[in-house]
Design a protein around this ligand. Structure first.
Ligand SMILES: [Zn+2]
Length: 190
């Protein structure tokens, strides 16, 4: 079974295996938010001058639907969503550290790219109830890691369906969790 390991998977593993006591409440929360419309997950790792940002969200938050587009309006929504996510500024804005975007990977369902990647394996992002996720990953190179001060999660502004984003960020040995909402979009890293 061909199943390439994505950065997202690596990040999740990194965060899962990081030394951090996990309470029963945390476990409940994690399961509860596996695919909940309106909610999403954001993983952030700052390490050795590189800043990784991975957004995992139900497609409905981005597109308003989770099936192949069947109207010209839905096709246009899909196209526009791809364009919006392709500009990292529309997802996260980094303050401090002189960080420049080096790479990005937008895994959008119902697009040519997604189908190419999903020839053999699929269901990675689609469960049996017909739900579909969108993954967007960004890698920044920061000239001065110690000066990376904060991140503003701008995805709320560009996609109104986001009601909450469970955020985990890791800097070196430090790990924090934060629940962002449309009224609280800023992550202070220091
Ligand atoms: Zn869904």
């Amino acid at each position: 079974m061909k199943n390439p390991i994505s950065l997202c998977t690596l990040l999740s593993a990194y965060i899962l295996f990081s030394a951090m006591p996990v309470s029963a409440a945390d476990e409940d929360e994690r399961h509860h938010n596996a695919h909940t419309h309106g909610q999403a997950k954001l993983n952030i790792v700052l390490d050795q001058g590189e800043l990784f940002v991975a957004l995992e969200t139900p497609a409905v938050n981005i597109l308003g639907f989770e099936h192949a587009p069947n109207t010209t309006t839905q096709q246009a929504v899909l196209k526009q969503a791809n364009i919006t996510l392709s500009d990292s500024q529309n997802v996260v804005q980094v303050t401090g550290g002189d960080c420049k975007l080096m790479a990005q990977d937008i895994d959008m369902p119902f697009t040519d790219k997604h189908q190419e990647n999903s020839e053999v394996e699929h269901d990675d992002h689609e469960d049996h109830e017909g739900h579909t996720d969108v993954h967007a990953e960004y890698t920044f190179k920061c000239a001065n890691e110690s000066l990376v001060k904060s991140l503003n999660v701008s995805v709320f502004k560009h996609f109104g369906a986001f009601k909450g984003i469970d955020t985990v960020w890791v800097i070196g040995i430090h790990q924090r969790k934060l629940h962002l909402t449309p009224d609280a979009t800023k992550i202070e890293l220091r």
